[in-house]
Design a protein around this ligand. Structure first.
Ligand code: CA
Length: 527
């Protein structure tokens, strides 16, 4: 026992030694590298670690199996730009100012990459940005313009516009590897954000996956939903039956000169031209394999003259086939990135995160797209690998939010800040705790209506581990209550029949969360 004190003192003395310029970040426990991989619209039902019946995603699964799988991770506002802004700021949409995709991100506000940059991190983002304003807080950025294209993307490299040739998921991965290989100073830890366009609409697969051919997938049980007691669900425009015949179904552009479906748009007059532009943007070799795959599909379709449910189910198969192939490319490319990190000896000292900006419908309720607070679009995949802190095979079933990410970064890296983060650190959960970090439930608010796409009415709500209460308030005044244990597909709205005490308890918790997050319900009374 006597020896303990000198050993302890010696370790303290060593720990207190000022870092040399050559080795400022040798403590991997407090300063891991970070690789944050985010896709766009990846449904948990299309990832095998979440039990997908549709696809195998071995490389994405590997991150979770060798680390942690969060089974109940959610977004605070299920749409692209707003979710990204929440990840970056750790604050709700009404605080960070990016409430829907018509907004522009105020880049002058505090984000976690900015804090990392001030704390000796090399910070970089490649791929989809979609926040309109110029990326701030990055030593290097190379991003798609707007949504970006699936093939031969034009990207903005630190202000310079450059055209690339190739499949965008692979191009973005090449750029990420280039950053790792060539750009990061050897004396700094890094935070690299790899943001894929895939699998966002309009789901154009790569050649290697087209070679797999068209498969037949099972319809979800609730594909033919009648939306009983759910008027907001009935009045959306994101049904597969109305998907674009041109850019979604990928019929021969010459045979669809005018788009006939709404596709969730308020104005479909330029959709067919947009599809022609994408098709014309393919190189001759890309066009050769594209035509070999899609022209026979197009010919068969026009010969068959499908009607009614046959037509709807044909559209579902077309949609799912293309969507899943885009995920396959993501999986292959994430594998390539992991292989690079492994070969570079960087795999185990890098905190790797894979997530999506929100979930997506793969035919549940008859839908594609996102926006609703229902599980498929409210939830998103979240897996992490960092063996220094996360035991392989960890599974967590607590409620966590995209809002929690920025404060978690600060907690894990032990960077004190005076930021009024609205999320909670999930670091204890990463270490194996099953403690609820949102014991009163999580708060959600979607705003993009009546402008924008898909006619999903504005709503806010609360989800506890078992119940979900939603209020659609704009252009409607309608409440929904679900028992997620009894009704995980959210088909049975219990609001009019449930115990009033349960409803009051949820409303009290909802009000408490709104007050805590600085959202004034008077601003969104039914109208
Ligand atoms: Ca998205």
């Amino acid at each position: 026992m006597r020896l303990l004190l000198p050993i302890l003192l010696l370790s303290q003395i060593i720990a207190c030694q000022p870092s040399t310029d050559q080795e400022p970040n040798s403590d991997t426990t407090t300063q891991p590298n970070i690789v944050f991989i985010m896709t766009d619209d990846h449904a948990k039902n299309a990832m095998s670690v979440y039990g997908s019946k549709l696809i195998e995603t071995p490389n994405l699964d590997r991150i979770g199996k060798e680390g942690i799988v969060f089974n109940r991770s959610y977004v605070t506002n299920s749409i692209c730009g707003p979710s990204r802004a929440v990840f970056l700021t750790g604050k709700y949409s009404h605080i960070n100012g990016f409430k829907d995709n018509s907004d522009r991100f105020d880049g002058s506000q505090v984000t976690y990459p900015k804090i990392l940059q001030k704390n000796n991190y090399y910070t970089a983002v490649v791929g989809k940005w979609h926040l309109k304003s110029v990326p701030e807080g990055f030593d290097y950025w190379n991003v798609l313009i707007g949504q970006g294209d699936y093939y031969n993307p034009t990207m903005v490299n630190m202000g310079d516009t450059l055209d690339h040739t190739g499949y965008t998921t692979s191009v973005i991965t090449d750029l990420a590897i280039e950053v790792l290989d060539q750009k990061i100073p050897s004396d700094k830890p890094f935070c690299l954000m790899v943001h894929h366009k895939a699998p966002h609409r309009n789901w154009m697969p790569d050649s290697v996956h087209l070679a797999l051919g068209e498969q037949r997938y099972p319809l979800p049980d609730n594909f033919y939903d009648s939306y009983e007691n759910r008027p907001a669900a009935a009045q959306q425009d994101q049904v597969i039956s109305r998907m674009f015949m041109s850019s979604d179904m990928k019929l021969d552009p010459a045979r669809v000169p005018v788009e006939t479906e709404t596709g969730g748009s308020q104005d479909n007059s330029n959709i067919a031209q947009g599809w022609q532009r994408l098709y014309d943007g393919l190189t001759p070799s890309q066009k050769a394999y594209w035509d070999a795959y899609y022209m026979p599909i197009s010919d068969e379709f026009f010969d068959a003259d499908l009607q009614g449910n046959d037509l709807v189910e044909w559209k579902y198969q077309r949609y799912i086939n293309d969507y899943l192939k885009c995920i396959m490319s993501v999986d292959d490319n994430v594998g390539r990135l992991l292989d690079y990190l492994e070969q570079a000896g960087q795999l185990d000292n890098t905190w790797i995160i894979y997530t999506s900006d929100q979930g997506f419908y793969l035919g549940e309720h008859g839908w594609y797209d996102k926006r609703f607070m229902y599980e498929e679009s409210f939830g998103m995949p979240l897996v992490m690998r960092y063996p220094e802190l996360i035991k392989p095979g960890t599974v967590n079933n607590n409620l966590v939010l995209n809002l929690d990410f920025a404060p978690t970064v600060m907690d894990l890296l032990q960077i004190p800040t005076d930021q009024p983060w609205q999320g909670q650190s999930i670091l204890p959960l990463m270490k194996g705790s099953q403690h609820e970090i949102h014991p009163d439930g999580v708060y959600y608010h979607y705003y993009e209506y009546p402008h924008g796409w898909h006619k999903v009415k504005r709503h806010y709500g609360i989800s506890t581990s078992r119940y979900k209460l939603i209020h659609f308030y704009h252009d409607i005044d309608h409440w929904e209550l679900y028992d997620l244990q009894q009704d995980p597909q959210e088909m049975n709205n219990l609001y009019l029949t449930a115990d009033p005490g349960l409803i009051q308890d949820l409303k009290d918790k909802l009000k408490k969360l709104q007050q805590a997050y600085g959202e004034d319900p008077a601003n969104f009374l039914p109208s």
